[in-house]
Design a protein around this ligand. Structure first.
Ligand code: NAG
Ligand code: NAG
Ligand code: NAG
Ligand code: NAG
Ligand code: NAG
Ligand code: NAG
Ligand code: NAG
Ligand code: NAG
Ligand code: NAG
Length: 616
């Protein structure tokens, strides 16, 4: 599939302009009433701030089964038995070999008990990969800490670009010993002779619920900068090479338009985030439908039909869809006010996003501090005044409480297969994201072992468990994708021409758009828009002007010189204004440290939203 975010200011986007297709989602269902949700914390291995060899003593862990670093955790899905949650953590402080506890070191996959019971040794967790002999992990990829997901047969898991396989033994069982466990790399072949070489690095792997397909993303260097491609494929065990290979990989082809038009039917994958509960759709962070408002979309694997799931002006990205597709939990900055200065004035068409989307997306975090909180949404997602239900809304907000805003949520949340629970993990904001010149004071971890991470389970106490049903195998073919064969040249995303254009709104009004490339014709340097009573919905009318000049600093960082003087009247009543000398912003896609000179303020119904302070 094609990437769609202009990660470096180079034009990699390809889909534009006015809508000729109605939204696939009619939004007519009344929003659900809030429901009772209880949030509890899962017991984890002891955390240890002292990472020196031997610091994980029998005083810290009497059973000699290891200690984890205070910040090292990712939780993943529920095992199909509903009794365990997959996680990864970095074990530290192990004694040297031949002490049997020496195996509890480094990044490892664990199962955590989710039902209040323990494993036979009395621990609430089991390290699955600790002590796996070297000959059982040849070629294992060192991204084991990414997105742990167990297979529904209980004998295998995927973590990072690895499959952890215990043969016929359940991972949770005593029969699954380190010697019976193997870690196989998943290899993405990109050479024409297929079998050769180490393959290409892949990321963001998500298991399809049919357990034979996965989705993933992979970076690609293009003539106009860094691109990210999205893939769907089958995993197939290659016993000869003891690895899993990806076959039948059709990247989605993105639509080209020779006019300036915004095509809401286009599948504009910025980054794939996995699949729905039934596996019928892929979910992804897509190109915005409203300026600066980054949202999650779904596209049907068979038909390519697109639907928008989130619409709140804050930033959404990770998502978990319930096994029956009726519900989703999204991680979103909504409630924090973080992104409102950029996107609070809704109904502005997404034109300047051609050059801003990467930098705008980067504002969501302050370095390692995320602002994500988990929200429950029904199938139709955000609409009208309905913006979902916060899972962890109850609580007194005190340090360490379930709704302490200093504890934010990491990707991914995950549903239990019976649809009654969602697991998610949280991280405490740490320096430099707090303290010093940052207005956010640092909070001392309220846990005696000073852990800065925790795994939470939200239970929907009024729901009846869904029957756990096997998911039928998805087709290998994605009709709207581009079939990938190893070694093929991935076609460049179509390039929007420079020039003067008119973008006509769906209902009334229009915008004049001027697009100018840099002298080498590599990227859009300046985009200028004048809005003339532009109205998509006949309810809000946008006027004013906006221009942005881009200066690429490197592959992941742009400087944006931004002038906005926009007013909306009608249902959406407000302004988006930059200071007279403009708003000058830089935010690295990798580092996520916001830096700006000048101001941008969005005012909606008399409420004003300002940017965060620099590096805050
Ligand atoms: C860290 O652990 C090592 C090994 O047990 C010990 O020698 C050292 O004193 C500990 N350091 C601190 C600051 O506790
Ligand atoms: C695991 O296998 C290794 C050889 O790879 C052997 O030395 C060791 O004794 C085995 N451990 C157990 C518990 O069977
Ligand atoms: C399995 O792996 C071997 C060794 O890398 C390779 O030569 C062979 O082509 C692979 N087989 C398939 C079916 O991909
Ligand atoms: C809009 O996107 C859809 C889905 O990719 C495509 O079928 C259609 O041709 C596009 N419309 C235009 C006008 O490009
Ligand atoms: C803006 O667009 C309108 C409608 O296409 C057109 O009549 C007008 O000339 C354009 N103005 C500029 C300055 O390009
Ligand atoms: C952008 O807008 C500002 C304020 O209206 C103006 O001074 C500046 O010349 C414009 N820049 C470009 C490149 O259009
Ligand atoms: C881009 O520049 C920033 C600021 O100098 C730097 O922190 C970052 O590491 C650079 N990134 C790359 C990919 O060169
Ligand atoms: C802000 O201004 C300072 C001082 O002139 C300059 O060093 C910095 O690059 C500017 N940053 C941005 C994002 O414009
Ligand atoms: C817009 O909001 C402002 C401030 O709340 C209010 O004074 C004004 O009457 C509103 N205008 C419309 C058209 O609703």
């Amino acid at each position: 599939m094609a990437l769609n975010f202009a990660w470096n200011g180079a034009l990699l986007l390809s889909v534009y302009a006015y809508s000729d297709a109605p939204s696939k989602r009619d939004g007519s269902a009344p929003p659900p009433q809030p429901e009772p949700i209880e949030v509890a914390e899962l017991p984890l291995p002891p955390a240890l701030a002292n990472t020196t060899e031997g610091a994980c003593t029998v005083e810290v862990n009497p059973r000699g089964t290891g200690c984890i670093a205070t910040s090292s955790l990712n939780s993943g899905n529920f095992a199909s038995d509903g009794l365990h949650v997959a996680a990864t953590a970095t074990f530290v402080g192990a004694p040297p070999a031949p002490d049997p506890a020496s195996i509890y070191t480094g990044v490892q996959l664990l199962l955590i008990k989710a039902d209040g019971t323990t494993f036979p040794n009395g621990d609430t967790w089991k390290c699955i990969t600790c002590g796996v002999p070297a000959e059982n992990r040849v070629g294992a990829v060192d991204d084991l800490d990414q997105y742990p997901q167990t297979f529904s047969d209980g004998t295998r898991a995927m973590s990072g670009s690895n499959i952890i396989d215990c043969g016929t033994a359940l991972l949770s069982s005593e029969d699954c010993t380190p010697n019976r466990t193997s870690i196989f790399p998943i290899r993405f072949s990109t050479t024409a002779d297929d079998g050769s070489g180490a393959g290409t690095s892949i990321r963001e792997l998500r298991l399809h619920p049919d357990n034979v397909h996965i989705t993933f993303n992979s970076f690609l260097d293009t003539s106009s900068g860094l691109a990210e491609m999205a893939y769907f494929g089958r995993i197939k065990f290659n016993a000869t090479a003891s690895r899993y290979d990806l076959t039948n990989l059709p990247p989605a082809l993105v639509v080209n338009g020779d006019e300036l038009m915004f095509n809401r039917s286009a599948i504009t994958v910025g980054e794939l985030r996995g699949l729905t509960g039934t596996g019928k759709e892929v979910v992804y962070v897509g190109f915005p439908w409203e300026s600066c408002n980054v949202d999650i979309f779904a596209a049907d694997l068979a038909t390519g039909a697109v639907r928008r799931i989130t619409a709140h002006p804050e930033y959404a990205d990770p998502i978990a869809v319930s096994p029956n597709d009726e519900w989703q939990v999204v991680l979103d900055t909504r409630g924090s006010g973080r992104m409102m200065f950029l996107a609070g004035l809704r109904s502005v068409p997404p034109i300047t996003d051609l050059v801003t989307v990467g930098s705008v997306s980067s504002v969501r975090n302050n370095g390692v501090r995320r602002f994500f909180e988990p929200y429950l949404l029904d199938y139709e997602g955000d609409r009208g005044d309905y913006f979902g239900q916060k899972l962890n809304a109850a609580g007194d907000g005190a340090a360490g409480s379930i709704n302490d805003p200093n504890w934010n949520t990491g990707a991914d949340p995950r549903w239990s297969m019976d649809g009654t629970r969602v697991a998610y993990y949280q991280m405490l904001a740490l320096p430099p994201a707090c303290g010093g010149s940052n207005p956010l004071a640092c909070e001392t971890s309220p846990y005696s072992d000073l852990r800065a991470e925790r795994v939470m389970v939200a239970t929907f106490t009024s729901r009846k468990p869904l029957p756990v049903e096997p998911v039928s195998e998805a087709s290998d073919e994605v009709p709207w994708g581009l079939k990938y064969t190893p070694g093929m040249e991935i076609p460049a995303a179509p390039k929007l021409p420079g020039g003067e254009f008119t973008l006509r709104a769906a209902t009334s009004g229009y915008a004049n758009v001027s697009i100018a490339y840099d002298p080498t014709d590599a990227y859009i340097e300046t985009i200028a828009v004048t809005y003339h009573d532009y109205s998509e919905d006949g309810l809000s009318f946008v006027s004013g002007r906006e221009n942005i000049t881009v200066t690429p600093i490197n592959a992941t960082l742009n400087r944006l010189d931004w002038f906005a003087d926009i007013v909306s009247t009608g249902a959406m009543n407000g302004t988006k204004l930059t200071s007279p000398d403009g708003f000058h912003m830089a935010d690295d896609l990798n580092g996520n440290i916001f830096e700006a000179n000048g101001t941008m303020v969005s005012t909606v119904d008399g409420v004003s939203w300002s940017q965060p302070c620099n590096a805050c």
